[in-house]
Design a protein around this ligand. Structure first.
Ligand code: PLP
Length: 318
């Protein structure tokens, strides 16, 4: 991992060291007031042996946005990039072949030791970039997901939905585990007031012949880099992409002969087979992962793995 500290109004030099426990004061701001954000993305080993990181600039920019939203010291983009590149370099030998990858997880958290600082920004912070090999997400095959549709409660407060901050995941955990226990589902699709948003850690999309529908960007949900990449590729493939607000009724109508999928770095696109809504099951198409989901996933994965030429400047050789 690489690690840097912010103290006395400035970032100190970063160091690279083996991943190991760090010391934290029990009064550290993050432990009381959840001043923390993170990122997650991957570097891939291509067939020629080179290591290539996917859309690192977008993840760095999103981390800076998250830091600003949480009033944490903003990492300098060049320094954070250097920390990421160093973390990749030091782990070069451990990057698995595709479909494995090196998962990169930058985290930033407030460390000011002051339990009376609920209404004050952290003046000290730590930035860490963890690197860890990951394996094939679909090692057990592409199993269609069972999704519980929550049409009352929100995943997060509307103003922090687009911030990748720890508290959001803690908040979604209870409802997700409860739905798993009661309905044997994989994830919860949050649709507060009936308006379709996203799941606990993935964006949500609908596919049909020549059409894609997904929620338009607003502050209530995370602006996924995978979402942006899939929509870009879909437009190139000739799909008409609609980004707008839509409700549960329209979604259930769509999936009678359409497809639904979750998007995010971990799985790229994961097809939905069944929705559980108000105690009733609604099959998505045939109940299997559909052809549009498979095709668009394959298009993106082949760029990430260097099997298709990257015409967007998304990949960067390390
Ligand atoms: C990280 C995340 C996503 C997916 O973002 P990607 O940039 O595509 O990995 C979607 N929703 C939530 C809530 C997330 O935390």
């Amino acid at each position: 991992m690489t690690l840097a500290r912010f103290q006395n109004g400035e970032w100190g030099p970063f160091e690279a060291r083996p991943c190991a426990p760090i010391e934290l004061h029990p009064a550290a701001h993050v432990l009381h007031y959840a001043s923390t954000c993170f990122e997650g993305f991957k570097a891939y080993r291509w067939a020629d042996g080179s290591i290539n990181v996917f859309r690192m600039d977008r993840h760095i920019e999103r981390m800076r946005q998250s830091a600003r939203a949480l009033v944490l010291p903003e990492p300098d983009p060049r320094r954070l990039e250097e920390m990421i590149l160093t973390a990749i370099e030091r782990n070069r030998d451990t990057v698995p072949e595709a479909p494995g990858a090196l998962y990169l997880r930058p985290i930033l958290f407030g460390t000011t030791p002051n339990i009376g600082a609920a209404g004050a920004a952290a003046t000290e912070a730590t930035l860490i970039v963890l690197a860890s090999p990951v394996w094939d997400y679909f090692a057990g095959g592409m199993k269609p997901l069972r999704i519980y549709v929550e049409d009352v409660n929100a995943r997060t407060a509307s103003q922090t939905g687009k911030v990748k901050t720890g508290g959001n995941y803690a908040a979604a955990l209870g409802p997700t585990l409860e739905a798993r226990r009661r309905y044997n589902v994989d994830q919860v699709l949050f649709c507060p007031g009936g308006s379709v948003q996203e799941t606990g850690a993935s964006n949500f999309m609908l596919f049909a012949d020549g059409r894609v529908l997904t929620r338009s960007l607003d502050s209530t949900f995370l602006h996924g880099v995978t979402r942006d990449s899939v929509l870009t590729l879909a437009r190139e493939e000739g799909y008409q992409v609609e980004e707008r607000v839509f409700d549960v009724a329209e979604m259930l109508q769509w999936v009678r002969d359409g497809e639904a999928a979750l998007s995010g770095t971990a799985a790229v696109l994961a097809g939905v087979g069944t929705f559980v809504y108000h105690g009733e099951e609604h099959k998505v198409g045939s109940g299997d992962v559909g052809p549009h989901t498979r095709k668009l996933r394959e298009r993106l994965v082949s760029i990430q793995r260097g099997e298709t030429r990257d015409t967007h400047g998304w990949t960067r050789k390390i």
